[in-house]
Design a protein around this ligand. Structure first.
Ligand code: CMC
Length: 432
């Protein structure tokens, strides 16, 4: 938690005799934070569209140093976690703050496995979507349906209820994802198997036609990594959405539904889908230069999807791990000569060398490589953000739990109002 340092920021405003003194908070890592809470009593708000300079909360879960390309979960580097750990262990770490012992890990894995089955009413609801309905719209709705199913008796002031909810959403999200995929394909529900791990069960319940479905260990490891690399990213748009929604005291499944809706956008989780759509639009390697020129043209809204990041102004450490996994999967499946994947590699190379991208420090982000990997695995493009949703769920619920476990305020930003001043109502017959 941030502590107040002895330092003070002094804000001098024209027309005021005295400076406004503001406490400076000391984090364990990262930028010092000026506590501006008292400004409203002096008649001022702060203005920060896009929250580029705003710490919206204090948190102990995840730290990012965007300039150095560092991502830590509870102090552990993502590269180390990706190499030595797995998704469920990372979920435990995000929720509990420390890595589990063998007994703690076994108990957590068993608790998640016991809660995987989605309520029958939610499965029934799925049948009413058209086969072509977008999976992210379905996921948003089904998460909302979980709120309805699990509302009665849920006390968010009770830590046991909070932890049970956290385990349940982590357990059920891949089940919802698999159900959503199978609905689009017109296939019936396949229940998970007790002998399979988390990512294996995701592949099994998504793709299996019968119990003998063969799980390729390279693909299962790649799926687990994709979930891990997306697990949490501090106060990104969807997590901030979950916190803001959760700050009203709403049902946590509803807050997660709001997070899923926020994740869908192409500037956030929708980027992995947008990468493949962009590659499809580019069409063939000879068009790449034209599209790179469009991305550099200030009058053209086109951007290279999967490039750039609000926080990382250096290489995204998740992209380094994902690039390695991507190549492992392409080698394993022998699809290295796939034209779309070759185009992606060419685009990556051009953009990494082009001065426009170098100067702006625009590197490929995790979604660039996860999109390519998921395509190679055979996941349809419109399911990509659903995979991100499954991965990000522990982050969302860990942040929600962190917030509601301490005294918290409803999130209620203010604004810089630029509209009309008060004016008299005019009857319609007098208006020109
Ligand atoms: N292609 C071309 N130019 C770009 C791109 C891009 N992908 N991203 C940023 N720029 C340019 C932008 O036009 C601006 O140029 P100038 O200085 O000449 O005006 C400069 O780089 C800075 O961009 P910005 O819009 O101020 O940066 P931002 O921090 O507001 O936006 C971003 C970050 C991720 C929304 C943006 O880089 C983007 O749209 N990228 C493509 C979409 C994408 O891959 N999103 C996934 C992000 S990672 C997943 C996640 O964590 O959710």
């Amino acid at each position: 938690m941030a502590t107040e340092s002895s330092r003070r920021a002094r804000l001098y405003i024209d027309g005021h005799d005295d400076a406004i003194e503001l406490p400076v908070l000391k984090p364990s890592l990262g930028n010092d934070v000026i506590d501006i809470g008292a400004l409203t009593t002096k008649g001022y708000f702060t203005y920060d569209p896009g929250f580029v300079s705003t710490a919206s909360c204090d948190s102990n879960i995840t730290y990012i140093d965007g300039d150095a390309g560092v991502l830590l979960h509870r102090g552990y580097r993502i590269e180390q976690l990706a190499e030595h750990s797995d998704f469920l262990e990372l979920c435990y770490l995000l929720l509990h703050g420390s890595l589990p012992s063998v007994a703690q890990r076994n108990a957590f894995v068993a608790a998640v496995a016991a809660d995987r089955e989605v309520p029958a009413g939610v499965r029934e609801m799925l049948r009413h979507f058209s086969p072509g309905a977008h999976p992210m719209g379905i996921m948003t709705a089904l998460a909302g349906a979980l709120a309805a199913e699990y509302h009665d008796g849920l006390d968010i002031a009770n830590e046991q209820h909070r932890m049970a909810t956290a385990q349940r959403v982590i357990a059920q999200m891949p089940s919802l994802a698999a159900l959503t995929y199978r609905h689009g394909k017109g296939k019936p529900h396949v229940p998970p198997r007790d002998d399979l791990g988390y990512a294996e069960n995701f592949l099994y319940t998504t793709f299996a036609t019968d119990e003998n479905y063969d799980i390729n260990p390279v693909i299962a490891k790649a799926m687990d990594r994709i979930f891990m690399l997306h697990a949490d990213h501090e106060q990104n748009a969807s997590t901030s959405t979950v916190r803001l929604a959760g700050s009203t005291g709403t049902n946590p499944y509803s807050a997660i539904a709001a997070g899923i809706a926020a994740l869908w956008g192409p500037s956030h989780g929708g980027a992995n889908e947008a990468v493949l759509n962009m590659l499809r639009e580019i069409g063939s390697p000879e068009n790449i230069d034209k599209y790179v020129a469009k991305a550099k043209d200030r009058d053209d809204p086109f951007r290279i999807m999967g490039f750039g990041h609000r926080v990382y102004k250096s290489y995204d450490p998740r992209a380094t791990v994902m690039q390695q996994t991507c190549h492992e999967v392409l080698d394993e499946l022998g699809v290295d000569d796939d034209p779309t994947l070759q185009m992606a590699k060419r685009l990556e190379q051009i953009a990494l060398e082009d001065e426009f991208f170098v100067q702006r420090r625009l590197y490929p982000n995790v979604d660039f490589y996860s999109g390519i990997t998921l395509k190679a695995v055979g996941i349809p493009t419109e399911m990509f953000t659903v995979i991100f949703t499954t991965g990000r769920t522990p982050g969302w619920i860990a942040h929600w739990r962190e917030m509601v476990s301490e005294p918290y305020k409803i999130g209620r930003p203010r604004q810089l109002y630029r509209g009309e001043k008060a004016r008299e109502y005019m009857p319609i017959e007098q208006r020109s």
